[in-house]
Design a protein around this ligand. Structure first.
Ligand code: SF4
Length: 472
């Protein structure tokens, strides 16, 4: 049993980051382990987790498992979890209760938890205490070991736990079963060294480590050959790409090289304002296939709270960057993340956040009430904002955010925009996709048009989506 260890997870050393290649030969003896069996996987959290799930699915299908979207008919259930918010924690443990009922009534069900929650010492202790009917817990650093871990879990009676709390390595060549045939996630860097005081990611994902640029470019060239139109470069702090590598090759260089692959659309998330350079702005501006959409988390409009969050910028510095991006990149959309109710946040601090939103008029914002994550510095701060006040501030903030989201969308009425049609919409006979500026568009179109980039005339605007008709 290898349990997570918070103090190990905190450590940062100068040790060289190892790049490992997935060893397909390790699968050789296990290719039939899932023969005649179904797997169900549920993913919580960010795009990084969604992409990990794509790797897990491919590994399982290499072992002959077949996917089902009904957990009750699965022989293998995996929950790929997120540790960032309290509500996911509750959802995961709720699901574990349902899995217990299933396991009591059905033999031959293997249940596993992986992802960021599995990296938390406190969670694994809770699992051992209350949910020890689970078969397997594995972490974010050892997805590649899944075949071996499953083999053990199938033959063992007691729970198998393998969670490594090190700084992590870079894994190349993992199999992948992509959810979309048109757009793809591409990891460019892993982990984070920013240690914002509220955030658990640096402990669950390890140190900041960038993939070799040649490996990234060849993955994207392959995607172009396979007909993909869009890639999203992923990193917890994607702007820091290259800082841990030798030389002077950063995200702006990488974006330029990715642009040369002629992939039609390039996006990248998530940007930390601290690492957003003028070069990046110039690169986005000068490449038509880099989308004018930037997710730029501000977290608070109060410099005092930003300092306490360890964000390394003031409200004024954020505004300077925001204005620079707006004035340099034509038609750019900027979205953000905001936390309310951080320890020490007064009404005055909260008002500064509202003022910032009123000034920036974000196209959209993911808003959250602060919830302490065990092991982070913020969890040791005295909570000064009651749950009731957090709820009230969140509602107030959401009203302002929604107002500007609708105003931003209203500007599209009567305009023609390009949209990558990527999936069937909830409405029959309609497809949906995103504009270059990341606006969701629903349009009447036949299934054969999936994957095409079309021009859509917008004739109806909602707060979170646009409706229109295809123009040739
Ligand atoms: S930069 Fe992002 S991932 Fe890194 S610690 Fe801060 S909030 Fe977490």
């Amino acid at each position: 049993m290898l349990k997570p260890n918070l103090s190990e997870a905190k450590k940062r050393t100068n040790k060289e980051v190892l790049t490992k290649s997935f060893e397909y030969t390790k699968l050789d003896n296990l290719k039939e382990l899932g023969s005649g069996k179904k797997y169900f996987i549920r993913t919580y959290g960010c795009q990084m987790n969604e992409h990990d799930t794509e790797n897990i699915k491919a590994i399982l299908e290499n072992m002959s498992y077949v996917e089902t979207d009904n957990y009750e008919e699965a022989n293998l259930i995996i929950l790929n979890t997120c540790a960032i918010r309290e509500n996911v924690h509750n959802k995961v443990f709720g699901m574990l209760g349902r899995i217990k009922n299933l396991k009591e009534n059905k033999d031959d069900v293997i249940a596993a938890v992986c992802g960021c929650m599995a990296q938390e010492e406190v969670v694994v202790n809770e699992i051992l205490e209350k949910y020890n009917y689970l078969d397997l817990v594995f972490g974010t650093h050892n997805i590649h070991n899944l075949p071996r871990l499953l083999e053990k879990a199938v033959s063992k009676k007691e729970i198998e736990i393998e969670v490594i709390s090190g700084e992590g390595s870079v894994l190349e060549n993992l199999p992948v079963k992509r959810d979309s045939k048109f757009k793809a996630w591409v990891n460019v860097m892993l982990g984070c060294d920013k240690f914002c005081t509220y955030c658990i990611v640096p402990y669950t994902r390890g140190k900041q480590r960038s993939r070799n640029k040649d490996n990234i470019i060849s993955e994207i060239k392959q995607l172009v050959e396979e007909g993909y139109s869009e890639v999203t470069l992923l990193g917890q702090n994607v702007n820091a790409y290259g800082k841990d590598l030798e030389g002077n090759y950063g995200l702006s260089n990488l974006l330029n090289d990715v642009a040369k692959t002629k992939i039609k659309r390039i996006r990248f998330v998530t940007s930390h304002p601290w690492d957003f350079t003028d070069d990046m702005i110039a690169t986005i501006k000068s490449n038509d296939n880099i989308m004018p959409y930037i997710h730029l988390p501000v977290q608070s409009g109060s410099t005092k709270i930003l300092k306490s969050m360890g964000r390394m910028y003031s409200k004024e510095e954020y505004m300077t960057l925001f204005n620079k991006i707006k004035s340099n990149i034509n038609n750019v959309t900027i979205t953000t993340d905001i936390i309310v109710g951080f320890p020490g946040e007064t009404e005055e601090d909260f008002k500064e956040t509202i003022d910032l939103v009123e000034t920036c008029k974000f196209d959209s914002a993911f808003t959250f009430a602060f919830s302490a994550r065990v092991g982070t510095p913020a969890s040791k701060m005295k909570e000064t904002v009651s749950d009731e006040t957090k709820k009230r501030r969140l509602n107030e903030l959401n009203e302002v955010v929604n107002k500007y989201a609708k105003i931003a969308n209203d500007k599209y009425l009567g305009k023609t925009v390009s949209v990558l049609l990527e999936k069937e919409s909830n409405k029959e006979g309609f497809l949906s996709g995103y504009t270059d500026t990341m606006k969701l568009v629903n349009v009447k179109a036949s299934e054969e048009m999936l994957g095409q980039i079309v021009y859509v005339y917008i004739n109806d605007v909602k707060t979170w989506s646009l409706n229109g008709e295809i123009r040739s």
